[in-house]
Design a protein around this ligand. Structure first.
Ligand code: ATP
Ligand code: MG
Ligand code: MG
Ligand code: MG
Length: 479
């Protein structure tokens, strides 16, 4: 019998509890302490001020299973979803934290004990990375854990912007950061992809399961690194990725939790191929959309609400692709199976089921009215434009039919074999037209509408305030 996701989550929390860690519940997806961050994208977000020394807690060790969304802002994985075995818009990050208590040695020893002793993962399936100058971490892995030197890979920070490095972790442009050591699982030579640091590292053979960040600095707006008052540990392991390892499957979508959702989507559409990309995308998106509503986000044309709107519309487009939409909607019917799969671990989801269903249903209904016509128009554009979609057309598809550019880009990418593509500069052209429209709207102080919902339901939501600029920078429409 393999372990269920539920059991794996519990194992993790209990293991670290037995090592003196306080179990801390997941914080919401809308960060309460940081209006510049679009969504909670890691377990450390709720502890940011503790790392910075600005906030004290009654404990120095914590463990959590944090709900995360990476669909906008600095960590945006929306365009990976459906294309890799390991990226979701919404996922759960298991993490242990030390606030000025233990550091590299203990963090590495704990991780190794849990993976190889408690869970029994064969040591020769694992390899690790360290920051290129971090001899201390290298020596701990090599001399104390006993990992052969050729399974410890040094990774630099020369991939562009400093924060783009895989082995120097940073939550955002400023804030706590430090070198990290990542643990990878080798799913075997039958799957394409090279080890970390190699040219084909982006394949799905060597999957990063756990990142151990050794937080030592607070990055300032000018880029300088100021040492933290006390070095800390922040780790993150994707529950879905470790579940795939422990359930002896390759893709996250094959784990128990996702299979439940995929079967529900298949039942709604009549699809029979459970590996169909659209079913996977729907199963991914229902989690992000539902938890965003639970945490106070409603579909809208700006900021967080716009990210939610685009994810709902992508999901609806996949239902459409699998055979059309029905008058009473489909996507919102995925909320019930989600509550079955995750309601016990997240009681707030079960408690807000009705609200989530109504919000998603209203958004689906609005989009379903124009989607058919939008798709027809897209095909006309493709036929007339030699399979290319330009900025003006992107703008029309969005403005008239509610099809956001990232949805179109994803559709074109799916049909790349037919030669469908965005024209050069299409996104820039689209942005320019959007900006002109915003100017006109500002001039007319037009109201940017949100989904119509009963006022009493809306009153149950906490307002969400977003003061950052990340949403504008990364509208998710990069391809
Ligand atoms: P990757 O390189 O695979 O994109 P990452 O380096 O961006 O992952 P981290 O920021 O180090 O990820 O996050 C810690 C852990 O969270 C990862 O090791 C992984 O297990 C998990 N994780 C990160 N992004 C996702 C995602 N989009 N979906 C599912 N799990 C994720
Ligand atoms: Mg990533
Ligand atoms: Mg990585
Ligand atoms: Mg990582």
């Amino acid at each position: 019998m393999t372990k269920t996701s539920q059991q794996i989550r519990r194992d993790f929390l209990e293991f670290f509890q037995s090592k003196g860690h306080q179990i801390v519940p997941s914080s919401p997806l809308v960060p309460g302490n940081d209006p510049t961050l679009l969504f909670t994208n890691a377990g450390m977000v709720q502890f940011k001020d503790v790392f910075l020394g600005a906030e004290k807690r009654s404990y120095k060790r914590a463990v959590s299973s944090q709900r995360c969304v990476r669909a906008g802002g600095k960590h945006n994985d929306l365009d990976q979803v459906g294309y890799t075995a390991r990226h979701h818009t919404f996922f759960e990050m298991l993490g242990n934290f030390s606030f000025g208590d233990y550091f590299k040695r203990e963090a590495i020893a704990y991780a190794w004990e849990l993976l190889t002793k408690v869970w029994g993962i064969p040591a020769d399936k694992l390899l690790v990375t360290v920051y290129h100058t971090d001899d201390e971490a290298f020596d701990i892995w090599h001399k104390e854990v006993g990992l052969p030197a050729d399974r410890i890979i040094r990774i630099g920070d020369n991939k562009g912007a400093p924060y783009a490095s895989d082995n120097f972790w940073q939550m955002a442009d400023t804030g706590p950061c430090g070198p990290c050591s990542e643990i990878f699982y080798d799913h075997g030579p039958s799957i394409p992809g090279g080890p970390p640091g190699s040219p084909d590292e982006d394949g799905d053979r060597f999957i990063e399961i756990w990142n151990n960040v050794f937080m030592q600095y607070d990055r300032q707006p000018d880029g300088t690194l100021v040492p933290l008052p006390a070095p800390c540990v922040d780790t993150g392991m994707g529950l879905e990725r470790i579940a795939a390892v422990l359930q002896h499957v390759h893709s996250n979508y094959e784990i128990d939790l996702f299979q439940h959702l995929i079967k529900a989507a298949a039942a709604l559409t009549g699809a029979t191929d459970l590996e169909h990309k659209s079913l996977r995308v729907i199963a991914d998106h229902i989690r992000a959309c539902s938890f965003l509503v639970v945490d106070g986000v409603l579909p809208s044309n700006e900021g967080r609400g716009y990210v939610l709107r685009r994810i709902v519309r992508r999901a609806v487009r996949h239902f459409w692709k699998l055979g059309g939409l029905s008058a009473d909607g489909k996507f919102w019917r995925m909320v019930q199976p989600l509550v079955e799969a995750m309601g016990e671990a997240y009681p707030e989801l079960a408690a807000k089921q009705k609200l989530v269903e109504q919000a998603l249903r209203a958004e689906e209904a609005a989009f379903a009215q124009t989607l058919d016509a939008g798709m027809d128009r897209l095909h006309e554009y493709l036929a007339a434009g030699g399979n290319r979609i330009g900025g003006e057309q992107l703008f029309q598809l969005h403005d008239t039919y509610g099809c956001p550019p990232d949805l179109i880009a994803d559709l074109l990418r799916e049909n790349a074999d037919k030669g469908w593509t965005l024209a050069d500069g299409a996104l820039a052209g689209y942005e320019a037209l959007m900006e002109q429209q915003r100017e006109r709207a500002r001039a007319a102080s037009k109201f940017a509408g949100t989904t119509a919902l009963p006022a009493d339901l809306v009153a149950t939501l906490k307002p969400t305030e977003f003061l950052g600029y990340e949403a504008l920078e990364s509208d998710g429409c990069r391809v």
